[in-house]
Ligand binder design. Structure first.
Ligand code: SPM
Length: 379
């Protein structure tokens, strides 16, 4: 039977060690003693027995103790007393299990551990429950791989287009959130993203020719038209993203996606690579090119066999269609991903035309990590 929902309680993680023990693990504060499973375990077992949980001890070949305990409602506890420095207890239960009882169990374990280890605990930490198998997925990791739990409470839209999986989830804090191929792209709260990728208010777009690559959520287009450019051309490959955002991301796009053409804009639902190539051939130029493509590229071109080659192709074509005094804007990556940022900057040095660049870091509310934005211009 597939459980509908499993609540994980990840309670006391108790790193304890002495100075002879090998390096204790990153979450160990100031280690003091080794954990002796022969004396620690029997006392802890009594707590599980009081909870009518049945023990199965597992062979560890002398590496501490590992026991699993099954109790009421399929409740499962895993007790691991590592030889060095760490005691972990994981408690898994179904959502409908008795939370008060579980809290009592955790409190009893915590108290007992403090007694058994006789004040030698250097750190005890009860982690919040992970909710697995829930209808609305709340875990969207940061770009640098840390687990983040959002407050999503509703699946507003989900569909696979010919190019990607499109999800729009509702978050209590951020409004509707667009997630493409499991990468959180933009929330209705994220005007800061749009402002940053438009040059943070330093540019005057009035009377200018602007090209937006991607941008299917309509955020940039909606802000840009307010500045009365001569013409904005937006190239996005995915009609389904545009349609979904038109309906469910109105906090971002307003009514701009209601029509594919307006006084000073046109939306072309096309792959940007052939269109850029055509512009290069025609000698067409733009005062601004804003690359708002997905971070994970959607490529229909056979000539690019790696992400970097694709990014460089887009960059090169964009710079080719950029007016000599024009500017190219794009988002980069999480500020912590310094290696990826350096690699990106390396690509800037490999273009057919020499460029200079600057970057700035912006806090985009729903990203929960600082984000780097680039401005690039011809030297
Ligand atoms: N118009 C918004 C398009 C977004 N472009 C790609 C950026 C994706 C970044 N993912 C951020 C994940 C943050 N944790």
């Amino acid at each position: 039977m597939v459980p509908e929902q499993i609540l994980d309680k990840d309670p006391p993680t108790l790193p304890v060690s002495d100075s002879e023990a090998p390096s204790p693990g990153p979450n160990c504060a100031s280690p003091r003693m080794k954990v002796d499973s022969a004396t620690t375990v029997p006392d802890l077992l009594s707590i599980f027995h009081e909870q009518e949980m049945t023990e199965t001890a597992h062979e560890t070949n002398g590496h501490g103790y590992l026991g699993t305990f099954v109790g009421k409602n399929g409740r499962l506890a895993i007790l691991r007393v590592h030889s060095h420095a760490l005691v972990t207890i994981d408690l898994q239960c179904y959502e409908e299990d008795n939370i008060a009882q579980l809290d009592n169990l955790l409190n009893a374990l915590e108290t007992k551990l403090k007694v058994i280890l006789n004040g030698n605990i250097t750190r005890i930490k009860r982690l919040p429950a992970l909710v697995r198998g829930a209808e609305v997925d709340r875990y969207w990791p940061t770009a640098d791989g840390r687990l983040v739990e959002y407050d999503m409470d509703q699946i507003v839209y989900e569909e696979d287009s010919a190019y990607q999986n499109i999800k729009i989830l509702h978050s209590q804090q951020y409004g509707n959130v667009l997630i493409l191929d499991n990468d959180l792209n933009l929330a209705e709260s994220d005007l800061a993203y749009t402002q940053a990728i438009m040059g943070s208010g330093r540019e005057n777009y009035a009377g200018k020719e602007v090209l937006i690559l991607g941008g299917g959520d309509g955020g940039i287009l909606s802000e840009m038209v307010k500045q009365k450019p001569k013409m904005i051309t937006m190239l996005d490959i995915d009609q389904k993203v545009i349609d979904a955002c038109k309906k469910y991301m109105r906090g971002t796009c307003g009514n701009i996606l209601d029509n594919l053409k307006g006084d000073c804009y046109q939306i072309l639902v096309e792959d940007c690579v052939p269109v850029l190539k055509k512009y290069v051939q025609e000698g067409k130029t733009f005062d601004y090119v804003i690359n708002d493509l997905t971070a994970i590229p959607i490529s229909t071109q056979p000539e690019e066999d790696s992400t970097w080659e694709f990014l460089r192709l887009i960059l090169d074509l964009s710079i080719k269609v950029l007016h000599p005094s024009g500017k190219y804007f794009t988002q980069g990556n999480a500020e912590t991903l310094t290696e990826a940022l350096s690699l990106y900057e390396e690509q800037l040095g490999k273009l057919s035309c020499p460029v200079a660049f600057s970057k700035e870091v912006t806090c985009v509310p729903s990203y929960l990590e600082q984000w780097v934005f680039y401005s690039v211009w011809k030297k």
